[in-house]
Design a protein around this ligand. Structure first.
Ligand SMILES: [Zn+2]
Length: 267
């Protein structure tokens, strides 16, 4: 099997995880910027984090033969402090030329507040000005449907952004149709306690098809599984899906989306 992990927070994982992913057939990992498990006290914390994502972590991954890519932003959970968020957004352009940077993400909403929306719009503007791909985090549980709607409206309001260059991640049964219908890509996140299980993910794939869909584990410092994508591939095989179909979903689809940035190349 070969696959891409398009959403893994590797700075929170141990080296055994890199080893297991490589053994399972992972050909590349992509790491969106996110919350650190605590609120950072100032923009310097983000500057250091962006250095970690663009310098140290790709070197750590390379020790296991794993290509490492990243996305940059201030995550929605910390964007309630708009002054801090604006200072962090101002730091990002100097990192966009680093060789493993794929775009702006994971931006989006957390609690669907006015301040979060304002910072989301600034990130969309940043992506448009620098011609970057966008990776979007959608809110959890009861905030997800409304939040996804607000995010899609905010992106569609900016005519410079092509929907095919945006992936809306963490979709579930009640949000995937609105994402695909609007022309965006949809990310299905396999997570033990929220988001979706492998069985639900495959159900969605069987209902909506895999034209603009990818699977990811979003593995981080919480209870999560860096091998969730290959485990789901095994479950697909058990349900009778062909090796070609599985390869398209877990390997070729991420390449099709991420390859829109010429920096994303796989050997
Ligand atoms: Zn994430």
């Amino acid at each position: 099997m070969r696959y891409i992990e398009p959403h893994g927070h590797m700075v929170s994982r141990i080296t055994d995880d890199y080893e297991a992913m490589v053994l399972a057939g992972c050909q590349a990992v992509c790491e969106p910027a996110f919350w650190a498990g605590y609120d950072r006290s100032g923009p310097e914390g983000f500057y250091d984090y962006f250095c970690q994502l663009t310098d140290y972590e790709p070197k750590r991954a390379a020790k296991f033969g794993m290509p490492h890519f990243t996305w940059l932003c201030i995550n929605p959970k910390e964007s309630e402090d708009t002054k801090l968020a604006e200072e962090v957004i101002a730091l990002i352009p100097q990192f966009l030329d680093r060789p493993n940077v794929l775009g702006i993400g994971e931006i989006g909403l957390n609690k669907n507040t006015r301040n979060e929306l304002k910072i989301l719009e600034q990130h969309i503007d940043l992506a448009a000005r620098h011609d970057q791909l966008i990776l979007v985090h959608t809110p959890h549980l009861e905030d997800k449907h409304k939040g996804t709607r607000l995010i899609l409206d905010a992106i569609k309001a900016d005519a410079r952004i092509q929907p095919g260059r945006v992936i809306i991640d963490h979709v579930e049964e009640h949000t995937i149709a609105m994402v695909l219908d609007a022309g965006f890509w949809a990310g299905i996140t396999l997570y033990p306690e929220s988001k979706t299980t492998p069985a639900r993910a495959i159900d969605m794939y069987e209902v909506y098809g895999g034209q603009r869909v990818w699977l990811n584990s979003a593995c981080d410092w919480g209870r999560s599984d860096p091998l969730a994508v290959p485990k789901t591939a095994i479950e697909m095989r058990r349900r009778g899906h062909s090796d070609e179909t599985i390869d398209q979903l877990v390997f070729q689809n991420p390449i099709r989306f991420l390859g829109q940035n010429p920096r994303f190349t796989i050997r």
